[in-house]
Design a protein around this ligand. Structure first.
Ligand SMILES: *[C@@H]1O[C@H](CO)[C@@H](O)[C@H](O)[C@H]1NC(C)=O
Length: 285
């Protein structure tokens, strides 16, 4: 199965992968990961994380567009997430029956049986806060708590007449246990994917699947990149290049990783495995 799927087969795939996760009994909240750097890829600075200067290895996903060459080696953090232990997508009815608001956090912690001081509580608070931030200028954002609401948001951006498809990052060979941060080499000329508009959805730490989806009017390029890691693992990665970074927060992780300043260069990043990019489907001529 390729990483480009029609919206219909994607629906099936997501349902299979994410709803199978219902088998797992314990409710987990995934740890904050490079999602944090990404949900903000567009300028919001995120509180404490941005204050300290130490480099988080999970921020090692940024590169510049000139790196997209065959044979180029880049240090990249790709963590494999076992779908059977990842939070599952709720059906819309069920998701809508649970409040999704930071003002309801005390109730939610009780509902999910998390103590006020737990990591889970911190993660939920983080996600709710991110979801409640005002969009940036030119940005449309939405936190989807179900597949149906994610599809509705995407349709709203692309219009009802447009077919769309999805791009993800996939491990092609078995993800070996090892350091998620390693050097990866670009195997083939990266393929640019037709993407006049795109909706990026980043998974957020929460007891059930929540995707922070956003659309920006600024120019972005989308690529599919074949990579091989030092340990031999093969990854088909989706990569987004933001061509104009002049409005981004100067404290954004990408500037630290790439040692550049806002607006001086396009910033590209690989998509973590559980993120999605929706693009209009270009019908064959
Ligand atoms: C990647 O390769 C460079 C050059 O060989 C090396 O200095 C660096 O430590 C490697 N990075 C990782 C994450 O292995």
């Amino acid at each position: 199965m390729g990483s480009l799927l029609s919206s219909r087969s994607f629906t099936l795939c997501v349902l299979l992968v994410l709803m199978f996760a219902q088998k797992s009994t314990s409710r987990k909240v995934v740890t904050k990961d490079n999602q944090q750097a990404l949900a903000n890829t567009d300028g919001h600075s995120s509180s404490s994380h941005m204050m300290n200067n130490h480099m988080d290895p999970s921020e090692q996903i940024f590169f510049t567009i000139s790196d997209l060459k065959i044979g180029k080696s880049l240090p990249i953090y790709f963590s494999y997430k076992d779908p059977s232990t990842s939070p599952h997508l709720l059906p819309r009815d069920e998701a809508n029956s649970i409040p999704f608001s930071s003002s309801e956090l005390p109730y939610l912690l009780e509902f999910f049986s998390f103590s006020k001081d737990s990591h889970q509580a911190e993660a939920m608070k983080y996600t709710l806060t991110q979801c409640e931030l005002q969009p940036l200028k030119g940005e449309t954002k939405f936190c989807a708590t179900s597949l149906e609401s994610m599809l509705d948001f995407t349709r709203g951006v692309f219009g009802l007449e447009t077919n769309f498809k999805i791009l993800t990052t996939n491990f092609i060979t078995n993800p070996l246990i090892g350091n998620p941060l390693q050097n990866y080499t670009i195997l083939k000329l990266p393929e640019e994917i037709y993407a006049p508009k795109m909706v990026a959805c980043h998974s957020m730490p929460y007891p059930y699947a929540v995707f922070y989806c956003h659309y920006q009017e600024s120019e972005n390029k989308l690529f599919q990149v074949s990579l091989t890691g030092e340990n031999g693992v093969r990854v088909e990665a989706a990569a987004v290049c933001h061509m104009d970074t002049s409005q981004w927060n100067r404290d954004h992780a990408s500037f630290r990783v790439l040692k550049i300043k806002p607006g001086t260069s396009p910033v590209c990043h690989f998509l973590p495995v559980d993120n999605l990019v929706w693009v209009p489907d270009q019908l064959p001529a």
